[in-house]
Each structure stands twice: as structure tokens, then as C-alpha cells.
Write a protein that binds this ligand. Structure first.
Ligand SMILES: [Fe+2]
Ligand SMILES: [Fe+2]
Length: 277
């Protein structure tokens, strides 16, 4: 399987998912979601990957004309979130980027970033987008210190960035439109594995402190939790919170070794043009 865009779909009546499916050798398929909030002032949350730039912009274009975007909420600067940011700045000249100073700073070494296109948001800040307020939150788990998620006070959707994500064992499960439909005995161990890989510090974390952060998130009573790396959670937040509570005691997933990589490469088909050489 090659990385590919999925068909956009609605997670709430006014929130659409633009999914990318990314195969991870040995782990399954990791969803990489961007989101469109059909607010009075349209918002894009994260910007997909650069290697599928045309496909991403086509998928986005099936939901709205990019030039109508007013806001781009960048949850953090990782390449699976910021891949099309600079292209979108050209395509959406009215769009302002909502993110943290840390995210801008971490983008800068890649290429100059127009600071006049940025409005900084930090956890607790609120941004009005015409018919609703978006409240910035820090998810309990993250892989970049720049991370800032958000709660949409109109739809009740909470965008948790990398938190609650999981690679899933089959393309079909990764392409589900509801995480609630994934069997708990499949979902929970993959969420734990992701937590220990994406936020490896979680195994050094005080379980009480992490539990407090998870409880604070649960008390926001989101209608839907939209992770960047999982199908939407509609009713399974309690279960996901209880799963992540156990992450500090989890055994970290070991990193791939060089010999494992070589075994993996040996299974790949040679490129067509050299297959007969
Ligand atoms: Fe990340
Ligand atoms: Fe990510």
C-alpha cells in the first residue's frame, strides 16, 4: 500500500475530515487527518502532507474553495500537519495562521515564514470565527512542545492533534469513520503503542498528573474528539481516557533496528524500470 488521500467525510454536520492513510511497516496504517470547520469564517485545521500535495488540495477543494479560507489552525509544525501550509498561504490570501510562537519558530529554519500572516494562540485563548469561538487547549499527550489543540464551542468538537491517535492493523480499520466501531481490544493496545512512541516521555510521567490532564479534557464534555491520527471518537472518549491513563506503566514499543530494516527492504519489490536488470 502506498500513502493515499481518502474521501473527505463529515464528522459533525459542520466539520469535515480530510484523511490521508499512511502505511507504517510493522504497525499497520496511520491515519493523518486534516479538518475543515464550516464556520462563518471557514477554518482549516492542519494542512496534510507535502508528498500528496496535489491530492490534498483536490480533496480540500471538494469541500470549499481554498481562497475562501479565513483561518488555518496549525496544531503543530510536524510535517504531517504543516506539509501544505506554505502552498495554502498563496492559495488562501485571506487566511491567517493560528498557532503558537514555538510552532512558528520551529518552522522558520525550513523557510522564512510571513509573521504578518500569523496570530498567536496559547492554551486558554479564544478566537472568534464569526459564528463560534475556538478555544485553544493543550492536549494531555503531544510530540511537539508547540502543540495547541482546540475546542469548537458551536459543534462541541475537540481537536486533539496527535493525542488519542493509533496506527490500526488494517486499511479498513484505518478508514473507519467512527473510532467507536473499532473493537476495544484492538484499539486500546494500538493507542498505548502510539502514546509510547509519539510521546515517549509518557512512561516517565506521574500517572496522577496525566490522569488530571485527561480528566480536565473529559470535563470539557466534547461531543466528538477529532484526533489527527484516529477516526473520530463520538462516544468512546471515556474508554480512550481510561486507556491513556495506563500509558505511564506501559512497556515502550522498541524502535526498529537496522537488521529489521534490512529484512523489511528485502521484501520490497524492485522499481519496475530496474526489475529486469
Ligand atoms: Fe506530531
Ligand atoms: Fe501527527
Amino acid at each position: 500500500m502506498q500513502p493515499e488521500l481518502g474521501e473527505p467525510y463529515a464528522a459533525t454536520p459542520d466539520t469535515h475530515v480530510v484523511p490521508t492513510y499512511w502505511p507504517v511497516p510493522g504497525a499497520g496504517v496511520l491515519g493523518m487527518n486534516a479538518f475543515v470547520i464550516r464556520a462563518a469564517e471557514p477554518v482549516l485545521v492542519d494542512t496534510g502532507t507535502a508528498v500528496l500535495s496535489d491530492e490534498f488540495l483536490d480533496a480540500l477543494g471538494s469541500l470549499l474553495r481554498p481562497e475562501t479560507l479565513r483561518w488555518i489552525w496549525l496544531t503543530h509544525e510536524d510535517l504531517d500537519h504543516s506539509g501544505n501550509l506554505r502552498r495554502l498561504l498563496d492559495l488562501a490570501p485571506q487566511a491567517t495562521v493560528l498557532t503558537t510562537f514555538m510552532a512558528v519558530g520551529r518552522l522558520m529554519p525550513g523557510a522564512p515564514f510571513p509573521l504578518d500572516r500569523v496570530r498567536l494562540v496559547n492554551p486558554g485563548d479564544t478566537v472568534n470565527v464569526g459564528d463560534r469561538n475556538l478555544r485553544a487547549i493543550r492536549p494531555p499527550l503531544f510530540d511537539s512542545p508547540a502543540t495547541v489543540g482546540l475546542l469548537d464551542d458551536h459543534s462541541g468538537a475537540l481537536f486533539s492533534s496527535d493525542c488519542f491517535g493509533a496506527p490500526l492493523p488494517s486499511p479498513e480499520l484505518a478508514a473507519a469513520h467512527r473510532a467507536d466501531d473499532i473493537p476495544p481490544e484492538v484499539l486500546a493496545p494500538h493507542q498505548i503503542a502510539w502514546a509510547t512512541v509519539d510521546s515517549p516521555w509518557v512512561t516517565m510521567t506521574d500517572p496522577t498528573a496525566l490522569g488530571h490532564a485527561l480528566e480536565q479534557l473529559r470535563r470539557l464534555e466534547p461531543t466528538t474528539v477529532l484526533s489527527s491520527h484516529l477516526p473520530p471518537i463520538h462516544r468512546g472518549l471515556d474508554r480512550a481516557v481510561e486507556t491513556l491513563r495506563t500509558a505511564p506503566a506501559a512497556d515502550p514499543v522498541p524502535a526498529m533496528t537496522q537488521s529489521e530494516l534490512e529484512e523489511l527492504l528485502a521484501t520490497f519489490e524492485p522499481p519496475k524500470e530496474t526489475a529486469d536488470v
